[in-house]
Design a protein around this ligand. Structure first.
Ligand code: CU
Length: 129
């Protein structure tokens, strides 16, 4: 059992070190200051404002979302494994490193009323230059 465990661990290590294609490895955090993004959930509009956010790969992002409604919303994006509840009339801070390049949809993850399914946006992570 122990030997098998060691076998699995060393295989994982060898894969990460030598075989994993660079494009699917997580991008390391750059040493730039964090990028602060202010966002609001507009009152009774089921709309994230802005609904398009652009950052650069490696950025540490501090996303501050103010929920103007008197009910909960959520903010989630599967690509980065984030899902957070946004409480009413409050600012919620979500911090992450933009560790993948691409366009990732984000959406409200808490059933919140008639506009729930259209409350979404896109997070664009551009390659470093
Ligand atoms: Cu919702």
């Amino acid at each position: 059992m122990l030997i098998f465990g060691i076998f699995l661990l060393s295989n994982g290590f060898i894969y990460q070190k030598f075989y994993r294609p660079a494009e699917i490895a997580p991008i390391k955090e750059s040493n730039k200051p964090p990028v602060v993004v202010e966002m609001r959930s507009d009152e009774n509009k089921w709309h994230f404002n802005p609904d398009r956010v652009e950052v650069t790969a490696g950025d540490r992002v501090i996303l501050k979302i103010y929920n103007e409604d008197s009910y909960d919303h959520g903010w989630a994006t599967e690509a980065l494994g984030i899902n957070k509840r946004l409480f009413p009339k409050k600012e919620t801070e979500i911090e992450f490193v933009a560790s993948k390049i691409g366009e990732f949809p984000f959406y409200c993850s808490v059933p919140c009323g008639e506009g729930h399914y259209r409350q979404k946006g896109v997070l664009i992570v551009k390659p470093q230059d």
